[in-house]
Design a protein around this ligand. Structure first.
Ligand code: GLU
Length: 290
């Protein structure tokens, strides 16, 4: 490991505020897989908390859990992909999702709080400020915020796009020191091999990255875009395989798994800058912050 990576490893180990993003696929497979994943996640977050770190969880899965629930109903209704169907599924699934988290986190004595918001909530000065204050207060009390987009009221025109971008925006709002994105592959892959370290994200990396392959709306492309935004803000991002045993702990202690995207700048993103990114990214337009 070279000097630069050594310094970055130290920065990562000493990160105080960490945002962890979980995608829909981790939460909508067979129950045994979901449970295994949650056991690992909960134990790794407990580990981070015992080290004195503040953690925020950004979790997708409302629509996917709603779909599971609908499929279990005796009425044999099946939902498609229209906006109203997805919004109704999110309304059904979000509370199940949070109940699931609550049942797991309570086993390790962590209390959680749900935060749902949308693009429109951030447009007003008060909305942005209040959201920031709520995060600050919860973290001060040692409560773990579990964040999602308020899907049931967002329309296609006023959506953050995907939860990868949402996790980057939350990282900027709470001034996080590290973003960890858990996914179903080992990281950013080139010719089938995981790229362990990216100093900067270039156009060729984005061209190589694919779209979504499961129930979520993101894909490697949106993960790299989100990491690029944070890199500009001086915040490293790790893309890790959420199916690996204690992958968060492993990453923090040894930095030897997944793809780590280094910070490349130290731009301070003001409230106006964050709002500008949201405007550009609305409905997954991708923005042009690269
Ligand atoms: N907010 C959506 C959900 O909870 C997921 C969006 C995404 O996949 O990025 O179902």
């Amino acid at each position: 490991m070279n000097m630069e990576r050594h310094a970055l490893s130290d920065k990562i180990r000493s990160a105080e505020k960490i945002v962890i993003k979980v995608g829909s696929a981790r939460l909508s497979g067979p129950a045994s897989e979901v449970n295994d994943f949650l056991f690992q996640l909960v134990s790794d977050i407990r580990y981070l908390r015992d080290l004195g770190k503040k953690v925020i969880l950004v979790s997708s899965g409302a629509i996917a859990r709603g779909r599971l629930l609908l499929n279990e109903l005796p009425s044999s209704i099946s939902a498609g992909d229209s906006l109203s169907e997805k919004q109704a599924l999110a309304a059904m699934g979000q509370n199940r999702l949070v109940n699931l988290y609550d049942s797991f986190f309570s086993k390790v004595n962590l209390s959680i709080a749900q935060i749902l918001f949308g693009v429109l909530d951030l447009e007003s000065k008060e909305g942005y400020k209040n959201l920031k204050n709520t995060f600050t207060q919860l973290l001060k009390w040692g409560i773990l915020p579990v964040v999602n987009e308020n899907d049931s009221v967002a329309t296609e025109e006023v959506k953050f796009g995907d939860n990868d971008m949402l996790s980057a925006l939350v990282s900027l709002i709470v001034e996080a020191d590290l973003l960890i994105i858990l996914t179903g592959v080992d990281g950013f892959l080139k010719d089938g091999e995981t790229v362990p370290f990216l100093k900067k994200i270039g156009k060729e990396d984005l061209d190589l990255a694919g779209g979504p392959s499961g129930p979520g709306t993101g894909g490697m492309f949106t993960k790299l875009k989100s990491a690029a935004l944070l890199s500009e803000a001086g915040v490293p991002t790790a893309i890790l395989n959420g199916n690996k045993m204690h992958v968060i702990r492993e990453f923090l202690d040894h930095n030897s798994v997944g793809t780590l995207i280094a910070p490349s700048g130290n731009r301070i993103f003001s409230e106006e800058d964050v709002k500008e990114i949201i405007r550009k990214n609305k409905n997954g337009n991708g923005g042009n912050h690269l």
